[in-house]
Design a protein around this ligand. Sequence first.
Ligand code: TYC
Length: 107
Amino acid sequence: MPDRVGHDDQTGGAVKERSREKTKEPTLYSVVLLNDDYTPMQFVVDVLETLFLKSPAEAYRIMMQVHLGGRGVAGIYPWEVAETKVDTLTSQAREAGHPLQATIEDA
Ligand code: TYC
């Protein structure tokens, strides 16, 4: 029979610690910006600042890395966040008439 304070779960009233599942880190994915010949450098810097929350200096560094090397990591996120970032980036780029593209890769 349960005691008067409701400890009927055989724990003697102890509070269960978080399980391994509850504290497991999410799998992370990189959002990778790709170079093209037409998207203005300032548009890429703006997107890195406003959507990927980079500082102006870091945004410029990443933009130049993509411009010179073909690709660069804009940010690292759980899957659904990465997907939303790419969707938003693509919408903003198309709206502005730019061909900017990004892909998602295992981080
Ligand atoms: N290569 C572009 C230009 O010369 C600039 C650019 C940088 C485009 C990064 C896309 O992801 C990119 N205007």
